[in-house]
Design a protein around this ligand. Structure first.
Ligand SMILES: [Zn+2]
Ligand SMILES: [Zn+2]
Length: 373
């Protein structure tokens, strides 16, 4: 019989170390910081540095823990892998191995009983509640590829030491070098952890609550620009759950996804490579399929929808093919005849127009039909 058997069952269900940290860290930060400011005054430079370190911490989680370790959507230089593990540990969200294992299970079992942070159990359960319970925190680790990685395994085995060293000790040391050990500890350490944790927790709660189901409504994940701002680009979550191997969450270059921009910039510097993307054809096909389902549910004529959808997809395929041909021809301009180049340019423009027109027709039909006109 376990030595804790005499304790009430609710008490035994709680993961006390995690729960106490998640409660005490924000509580003490809120209590202590006003005293700190009263004693030392408000330091703008500490706050700016704190904001920078918070952004780096979030990126270590979103680009590192999430898109590199959990989804393997790109490859990274050992230095970047180390930085993701070191800075990621400072977020106090568990080891990369455990985090990734839970996250893969979330994708695999999303919205079911076996989803570790299922939104079906309520907003607060998905946001933080699941971490208070041993039954969801203690799920077995299933990530054989990551277990083989020596640095990932080391971070996992000695996680508490990594987390304290990178999350509190290093910030306090930086603070001490800048003239305030406790400023470093509370602002660069504790406060940064509180804020970055909330940003990540939004991915499991808000990303499954707020926004559009652009690609699939079989899953609760949603796309939202507002949530993307709060989560460093993870807010395009319906796309992410539909195409989890893509290193992007916001697929357009301008969509707010600092994580994608960071991974891409690192690739220009030669520090990341093999960035995986889903073809624009597959993405458009999924979107049109979802919109088609919505129209069919409203009883809109099936044949008309099928025709227009096929027209959009084949126009996109022709445009893409001609675009690739043109890019190829540009590489061999000296050998290509002027007449051929000119003809290809014209074909390309016509194909582009056909794609834009058919897509616009689809959008108009979709909007008008959904609005009941
Ligand atoms: Zn994911
Ligand atoms: Zn999710």
């Amino acid at each position: 019989m376990s030595k804790n058997q005499h304790l009430p069952s609710w008490y035994r269900r709680i993961d006390w170390p995690v729960t106490l940290f998640l409660i005490l860290n924000p509580l003490l930060t809120i209590i202590v910081l006003p005293f700190y400011f009263y004693e030392h005054g408000f330091s703008l430079s500490f706050f700016l540095l704190g904001a920078l370190m918070a952004a780096a911490t979030n990126l270590a989680i979103t680009a590192g823990y999430h898109r590199l370790f959990a989804h393997r959507s790109f490859e990274a230089h050992p230095l970047i892998r180390f930085l993701f593990l070191w800075i990621g540990a400072s977020a106090f969200q568990g080891s990369a191995l455990k985090w990734s294992s839970d996250h893969r299970r979330h994708h695999w079992k999303v919205d079911t009983e076996e989803d570790p942070y299922s939104i079906k159990k309520g907003f607060w359960y998905a946001h933080m509640g699941w971490m208070f319970l041993r039954e969801s925190v203690d799920l077995p680790i299933k990530a054989a590829d990551l277990e083989k990685d020596r640095l990932v395994a080391h971070q996992h085995r000695h996680y508490v030491a990594w987390a304290i060293a990178s999350g509190f000790f290093a910030p306090a040391l930086i603070g001490w070098m800048l003239g305030s050990f406790w400023g470093g500890f509370w602002i660069l350490g504790a406060l940064r952890i509180v804020l970055t944790q909330q940003s990540t927790f939004f991915v499991n709660s808000l990303c499954h609550t707020l926004g559009q189901q652009t690609y699939s409504d079989k899953i609760s994940a949603r796309d939202s620009l507002l949530v993307a701002f709060l989560t460093h680009g993870e807010g395009y979550h319906n796309f992410h759950h539909t195409f989890q191997s893509d290193y992007r969450n916001g697929i357009r270059w301008y969509q707010w996804d600092p994580t994608k921009w960071t991974i891409w910039t690192l690739s220009i510097l030669g520090l990341t490579k093999k960035l995986k993307t889903i073809s624009s054809h597959e993405i458009l096909k999924a979107r049109l399929h979802m919109e088609e389902l919505r129209l069919k549910r409203k009883g809109i004529c099936h044949e008309r929808i099928d025709q227009l959808r096929n027209r959009v997809l084949s126009a996109q395929a022709s445009f893409k093919r001609l675009h690739d041909d043109y890019e190829q021809m540009k590489k061999n301009l000296e050998t290509a005849s002027q007449q051929k180049v000119q003809q290809l340019r014209i074909d390309l423009e016509v194909a582009k127009l056909e794609f834009q027109n058919s897509l616009q027709q689809w959008k108009t039909m979709y909007q008008l039909s959904l609005n009941g006109l």
